[in-house]
Design a protein around this ligand. Structure first.
Ligand code: C2E
Ligand code: MG
Ligand code: MG
Length: 694
């Protein structure tokens, strides 16, 4: 046998190349598993070439380090074949560790196949020498080399698979693993070499082509290092790009989350908004169907919130809403949903077993809201009206449930606020129509759909006319003339009464100033005030400005306030009435007899006139009780030095009776219906009205 020897420098280089190739392979494995789509294929192809070239060149440098006493050479075709085998084995290994899972059975097969690949490459590379006679292998050492190849492959696959993910420790771990793998590859190679025996007088068939081994080694080392270095550099650059992309993706996801939150929550109170509520409502319906249980949907609208907003500004109003949201939240369970629907409307979605539980919950919320609020250094008191719809029973869909809870809420408002009310089918009928009407009323002023009619007031029994009462009507584009009883309460509820009232006052004053200039210099104009107008902060100012606008003396204007309005908050009313009185405006107490005035209070009222409610006038002749009341009112008025007006005079009998009792003035269909200014003038000029009266 020939004695063989090794160039130790080249052996060292072969080890270095093996370690570097291993590191590249581990790095590529990480890239493949994190890349997506086409990129993963490219990484697999590139990685396989780099790693295959690395392993192969380790082998080849190892061969160049080897020398025999005879000249050696390598058959190019077989050498290239061994390179291809190395690349194929690498591709297979990289593909394997790029999978999402690596069960032990797969690891085992992979180790076998890859080990076989490496063994095949090695011994194909040996065959490239074309030795004659052939190389003899010591079987035990040969088997050892095969076992080393398989075990090293298994270990390499396992390490590569587990080091794929990027973590802070991955680089040093990879480097250590690469050293181990490098030694294993080199170990396999030199074990394989140790198994080879070259009989004396062997001839190397490939030696004739004679490539200078030293130069070849240098070229291969340089090329291999270059390939591996380029692969690593690209990999590092790509990793940077990827981590930047993933950072970008994270911030994008965060931005998305933020946007979704904003889209589903109310900005002010941070409560879910209508959109989210609708979604929760749908889910609640589904789960109630599935689990056969119930829930309550409560629609809440704050009472008196608008007044707070008007009096103290939106900022205070906003702060109050936040406090209200917190208070409601403190009284419900975490799994219940409270949403803000906008304005001062909140909706509570709560799972309950019985309607009685819903009632208890509603009571709790009512009590909580009733407690005074400390907002911006002020003590504010409000209440809320709650409408409750139960599922199932009060609607099968979210739209029905919401509409029904809303209808029940309106009903609660009409019951006098600060109450809750369960939905009943009868509530629904009017709601839609009412809503439409409210919509229409909002634009009625702008579209000049409101008109005034004037009903004359006469000195009892037959005149002359001493003035008129302005009565508003709404000339609705499709419904025709609508009486004030039908829309004034609605205007009150929505606050629209304030601008409407201002318009009425203005128009009435304009009209009376026109009439007075035209010769009716002693006429007065009576204008009705509703409760909200009466308590509105700007009333005094509006009245003063309107009088000035038409250069009217204040005593030409009579403001009619119903008895119940005047008595609602007696002391506050007294202050306002006193201011109006001081200004010179006359005050009339309308619908007198229907309220509960105390005599004491009546004495202090700065009113100039009492209007006997037409309810007493109606049955005057037949009903002696009404006659007694009317005569009592007349007596009272005379004692307090108030003028007495009877309204609703429809028959001559009533007129005569009222005159006899001592009423100062009369108003009613008998003497004159409410009519337009022109009609009134015409009637008076033809003396129609007065003819009727006699
Ligand atoms: P009111 O102030 O007590 O007005 C008298 C009501 O009695 C008027 O009804 C009038 O048309 C009606 N009336 C007059 N004479 C007779 C009669 O002989 N028989 C009968 N059965 N009724 C008679 P109208 O115009 O429908 O107004 C109803 C209520 O609406 C008014 O009651 C008043 O409280 C309110 N209102 C009318 N205009 C305004 C307004 O501009 N502002 C406010 N805030 N309320 C108004
Ligand atoms: Mg009136
Ligand atoms: Mg009246």
């Amino acid at each position: 046998m020939f004695a063989s020897s090794y160039n130790s420098l080249l052996v060292l280089f072969s080890l270095l190349v093996a370690i570097l190739a291993s590191y590249t392979a581990l790095d590529m494995a990480g890239r493949i598993s994190s890349a997506q789509g086409r990129a993963a294929h490219w990484w697999l192809a590139g990685g396989a070439v780099a790693m295959g070239t690395g392993i192969w060149s380790m082998h080849f440098i190892g061969m160049l380090a080897f020398s025999l006493p005879i000249p050696l050479g390598y058959d190019p075709a077989i050498t290239v074949l061994s390179l291809l085998i190395a690349i194929a084995a690498s591709a297979f290994a990289l593909w394997l560790v790029g999978r999402n899972e690596l069960p032990s059975s797969r690891l085992f097969c992979g180790a076998l196949l890859m080990g076989a690949g490496i063994v095949a490459m090695h011994y194909t590379g040996m065959a490239a020498m074309r030795m004659a006679p052939g190389i003899r292998y010591i079987p035990s050492v040969f088997i050892l080399s095969v076992v080393i190849a398989i075990v090293a492959s298994g270990a390499a696959l396992w390490i590569a698979f587990n080091l794929r993910r990027v973590s802070p420790l991955v680089r040093p771990l990879r480097a250590a693993a690469a050293v181990v793998m490098g030694f294993a590859i080199v170990g396999m190679h030199y074990t394989g070499m140790a198994a080879a025996q070259f009989p004396l007088a062997s001839v190397c068939g490939a030696a004739r082509d004679g490539v200078n081994a030293g130069w070849l080694a240098l070229v291969i080392i340089v090329v291999t290092l270059a390939v591996l270095a380029i692969a690593l550099i690209i990999s590092v650059l790509d990793l940077r790009l990827e981590s930047r992309t993933s950072m970008l993706a994270i911030s994008l996801a965060e931005a998305n989350q933020e946007l979704t939150y904003l889209a589903l929550h109310d900005n002010l109170t941070k409560l879910p908004n209508r959109l989210l509520l609708e979604d929760r409502l749908d889910r609640a319906i589904q789960s109630a169907n599935r689990e056969n249980n119930r829930f309550a949907l409560m629609f809440m609208d704050l009472d008196g919130f608008k007044t707070v907003n008007d009096a103290y500004g939106h900022h205070t109003g906003d702060l109050l809403l936040v406090e209200v949201a917190e208070r409601i939240g403190a009284n419900v369970r975490p799994q219940d949903t409270i949403a803000r629907m906008g304005g001062d409307e909140f909706v509570l979605l709560a799972g309950v077993a019985e309607p009685a539980d819903a009632a208890t919950l509603a009571d709790k919320v009512l009590t909580a809201i009733q407690e005074p609020f400390q907002v911006a250094g002020r003590v504010l008191r409000i209440s809320t009206s709650i409408g409750i719809a139960m599922y199932p029973g009060d609607g099968g869909h979210r739209g029905d449930l919401l509409a029904n809870a809303d209808a029940a809420m309106y009903h609660a408002k009409s019951l006098g606020r600060n109450v809750y009310c369960f939905f009943e089918a009868s509530m629904n009928a009017h709601v839609h129509e009412q809503l439409q009407l409210v919509q229409d009323l909002r634009s009625a002023l702008v579209r000049h759909e409101l008109i005034l009619q004037y009903q004359p007031k006469f000195t009892a029994p037959n005149g002359p006319v001493i003035g008129v009462e302005a009565l508003v009507r709404w000339s609705h584009p499709t419904r025709g003339l609508i009486a004030p009883d039908l829309f004034i309460p609605m205007a009150e509820k929505t606050g629209l009464i304030v601008p409407i009232g201002e318009w009425v006052l203005d128009e009435a004053c304009r009209q009376i100033s026109e009439w007075r200039t035209a010769g009716h210099w002693d006429w007065t104009m009576a204008v009705n005030l509703s409760a909200l107008q009466f308590s509105h902060a700007s009333l005094i100012q509006t009245v003063r400005e309107t009088l000035e606008r038409y250069a009217l003396e204040p005593h030409c204007l009579t403001l009619e306030v119903t008895e119940s309005t005047a008595m609602r908050d007696a002391d506050a009313s007294l202050r306002i009435l006193q201011q109006l009185h001081d200004m010179g405006v006359r005050i009339s107490i309308d619908d007198f007899g229907t309220g509960y005035s105390s005599l004491l209070y009546l004495k202090r009222l700065p009113a100039s006139e009492l209007k006997i409610d037409r309810g007493f006038v109606r049955d005057l002749t037949s009903d002696t009780e009404d006659a007694a009341i009317v005569s009592a009112i007349v007596a009272l008025g005379q004692t307090l030095n108030l003028k007495i007006v009877a309204e609703g005079v429809e028959t001559a009998g009533q007129r005569d009776f009222l005159t006899r009792l001592g009423c100062d003035s009369l108003q009613g269909f008998l003497l004159g219906r409410p009519m337009s200014a022109d009609d009134l003038m015409e009637a008076l000029s033809q003396d129609n009205v007065l003819n009727d009266a006699t």
